[in-house]
Design a protein around this ligand. Structure first.
Ligand code: NAD
Length: 244
């Protein structure tokens, strides 16, 4: 279907993994799509890349304005850019806490703040933030990452409340373990990547990792006019992990 024809979308961190799957699906469904990423060089038509770092407010504002000019506005913003951190609270020094919160939490604030003037002009304005299974389920060795994503979930609810009267919806998707380059890098760091992948898959209630396309489908649903009365929610795409 091309139900998103006439709509415009901006995806942060859209050059890889979940973000790339979201940008591709939005374009397939008829939207005009721009990607904001540290390195958008690998993007192919019709996706348009804009270089920016979500931890740098000036670069985010410039890229959002440039993307809105090329697209002719912004109806949909997907705040997907994010980085990981492994460890308990004893393992990450303060500088790393500041860095991960700067990207994962403040990155959402900066991109949304820059996009709000455009979203306000849209008749179908929607923001989707990337949370995680860790927002609702305590997993070992994820203290800093969980804190950053838990804050994104709470921020989603607050932003939904602040902007609902302006017609801007804000929702969150909480993926479980998704087979992206990010998880690929984690597996490669293990002594036996294949065994680690099998063990990780076995730990998922559905018995396998989630695909980026499955997460993208949930994000695009929330972003689309089909979800016109859905705001301030979190949708888990976690293979049953949080609920089972
Ligand atoms: P990925 O590493 O494959 O892709 C992330 C993209 O974000 C990359 O293109 C990267 O260049 C970009 N990026 C990183 N820092 C940036 C910055 N400062 N400014 C602009 N762009 C930046 O990751 P992924 O697995 O696709 O994850 C995407 C999102 O989904 C993240 O927010 C992550 O926390 C979340 N998530 C992932 C999983 C998973 O299992 N992969 C699970 C739950 C949530």
């Amino acid at each position: 279907t091309t139900d998103l024809e006439g709509l415009t979308a901006l995806v942060t961190g859209g050059a890889s993994g979940i973000g790339l799957a979201v940008a591709s699906l939005l374009a397939e469904r008829g939207a005009r799509v721009a990607v904001l990423d540290l390195d958008p060089a690998s993007l192919k038509e019709p996706l348009r890349g804009f270089t920016a770092d979500v931890s740098d407010d000036t670069s985010v504002r410039a890229a959002v304005d440039a993307a809105a000019a090329v697209l002719g506005g912004i109806d949909i913003l997907v705040n997907n850019a994010g980085i990981g951190a492994i460890g308990s609270i004893e393992d990450n020094p303060d500088e790393q806490w500041h860095r991960v919160l700067d990207v994962n939490l403040l990155g959402v604030v900066r991109a949304t703040r820059a996009a709000l003037p455009y979203l306000r002009r849209s008749a179908h304005a929607s923001v989707v933030n990337l949370g995680s299974i860790v927002t609702t389920t305590g997993l070992p060795q994820r203290a800093l990452y969980s804190a950053s994503k838990g804050a994104v979930l709470s921020l989603t609810l607050a932003m939904a409340a602040d902007h609902v009267r302006e017609g801007i919806r804000v929702n969150c998707v909480n993926p479980g373990t998704v087979d992206t380059p990010w998880v690929g890098r984690l597996l490669e760091a293990a002594p036996d990547p294949a065994a680690e992948r099998a063990a990780l898959s076995a730990r998922q209630p559905i018995g396998r990792l989630i695909t980026a396309e499955e997460v993208a489908a949930a994000i695009v649903y929330l972003a689309s006019p089909a979800a016109a009365s859905v705001t301030g929610t979190a949708l888990a795409v976690d293979g049953g992990m949080a609920g089972l």
